[in-house]
Design a protein around this ligand. Structure first.
Ligand code: NAP
Length: 231
């Protein structure tokens, strides 16, 4: 358990340093949010491992690739941006972004528009969309989605409500809650109540940490040792 907090502390520490230190270069993905810093020839290089870590976690938990999924992301902060960019780069079927502050969701969708100009046709719903965080708007989307991702802190506190109540969810959905911890998060509980498949953020934590390890040490991460440490 202490190791789990060590991984989170490292990640939070990197974000804080990144904000102050203005790393010398960033990979393209890092336009969204740096969570890993490496000192390279006396220069600080910033990376983001959340997006790829998320993609690996989805593959591990649900045995599917992002390119085959219609995805809705809840949130517009650093993690939501990294996940949205990863979905876009992997050419997901559809991407819907909703956020408490709607203008942030709309801005993020606009930044990603260039990725969604391809020929895929999905009927009456747009491939890329920002919607208000409102029950009616979310209810309309459910039939046109496969995966819903919580990228807000809702669930960090046990007393938090599920970001989407169980009555709006449906059995065909996959739910990925980036929030991790002991036991079920409120979103995972709501998903299970609705008959959907669900995973919390532990596997994303593992994979984004493994990717950071690979950046720092330039060798394959001891993934099973890390998985064991998170239990
Ligand atoms: N599993 C992992 O490996 C991993 C790694 C990093 C983070 N995380 C999880 O991701 C979460 C988000 O991290 P972040 O860095 O993206 O945070 P952030 O940049 O502060 O963004 C937080 C987002 O959540 C929204 N939000 C905050 N409180 C809310 C509420 N009460 N109701 C609805 N929306 C709310 C904010 O909306 P506004 O724009 O309206 O303020 C914003 O879009 C963390 O809390 C953590 O649990 C998981």
């Amino acid at each position: 358990m202490q190791d789990r907090y060590a991984v989170r502390a490292l990640s939070n520490f990197a974000r804080r340093i990144a904000k102050r230190a203005r790393p010398d270069s960033r990979t393209e993905v890092c336009r969204s949010a740096i969570n890993t810093i490496k000192v390279d020839n006396a220069k600080l290089r910033g990376y983001n491992t959340d997006g790829k870590g998320f993609a690996r976690a989805v593959r591990q938990e649900f045995a599917v690739d992002l390119r085959d999924l219609r995805v809705m992301i809840l949130g517009g902060g650093g993690v939501a941006r990294a996940i949205a960019l990863q979905c876009a780069r992997e050419n997901c079927e559809r991407l819907v972004i909703t956020n408490r502050t709607f203008v942030t969701a709309r801005k993020l969708a606009e930044e990603l528009r260039e990725y969604f100009t391809g020929p895929r046709v999905l009927g009456p719903v747009p491939r890329l969309q920002a919607i208000p965080w409102e029950e009616a708007a979310i209810r309309f989307q459910i039939a046109h989605l496969d995966l819903i991702v919580n990228a807000t802190p809702l669930g960090l506190n046990r007393s938090d409500p599920s970001p989407i109540p169980a009555r709006l969810l449906a059995p065909h959905l996959m739910i990925h809650d980036t929030v991790y911890g002991e036991g079920r998060t409120p979103f995972v509980s709501a998903a299970i109540e609705a008959g959907a498949r669900a995973a919390n953020g532990s596997s994303m934590l593992l994979h984004q940490g493994a990717l950071a390890f690979e950046i720092w040490f330039e060798r394959e991460a001891p993934i099973e040792v890390m998985r064991g440490a998170l239990k």
